[in-house]
Write a protein that binds this ligand. Structure first.
Ligand code: FE2
Length: 172
């Protein structure tokens, strides 16, 4: 039995962290909406939905392996409502970095316990986090580049509005 109670507890923490990430993105979307940046708000809400998909992937993994998947207490996002666009994406990037480290930690714990069966899922997440950090970091960099140029911010906002819709359920 490589899927120990200790590992299940760690996966449950990750499930909770993904749901927490969803709430952080929702709160950041509100901050964007408050500044009439509707494309940015829309993009952040899609990101919030994607975090639910992530939580579902971890839940499925725990349940499929006979574990008791449990959602823990979700911390309040603690996001300032007066954030500038750069600060919004800065907060998003910091949270993604936190999630990435948590996944690496989970990977190390599974490896230490000889739990090879978690590897495919965790490999998927490691790759996903590289992409997430790169995407959020790029938007943050572009916003920083345009600075106080309102038309530049609106151009980025218009581009972010074009993100395709995703579902909150596992497509795969
Ligand atoms: Fe995630």
């Amino acid at each position: 039995m490589t899927f120990t109670a200790d590992l299940i507890e760690k996966f449950n923490k990750q499930i909770t962290l993904e749901l927490e990430a969803s709430m952080v993105y929702r709160q950041l979307a509100i901050a964007a909406d408050a500044q009439d940046l509707s494309g940015m708000a829309e993009w952040l809400r899609h990101q919030a939905d994607e975090e639910i998909v992530h939580a579902n992937k971890f839940i499925d993994h725990v349940v499929d392996r006979g574990g008791d998947a449990r959602i823990g207490a979700i911390a309040a996002p603690g996001v300032d409502s007066e954030l500038t666009p750069v600060q919004i994406f800065d907060a998003a990037l910091k949270h993604e970095q936190k999630v990435s480290e948590a996944i690496r930690e989970l990977y190390r714990a599974c490896d230490a316990a000889g739990d090879l069966s978690s590897r495919p899922l965790l490999n998927w997440f490691l790759e996903e986090q590289i992409e997430e950090e790169a995407t959020v970091g790029e938007i943050r960099g572009q916003l920083e580049r345009v600075g106080d140029d309102g038309s530049g911010v609106l151009r980025i906002d218009a581009r972010l509005a074009q993100r395709p819709a995703e579902t909150t359920e596992n497509e795969a």
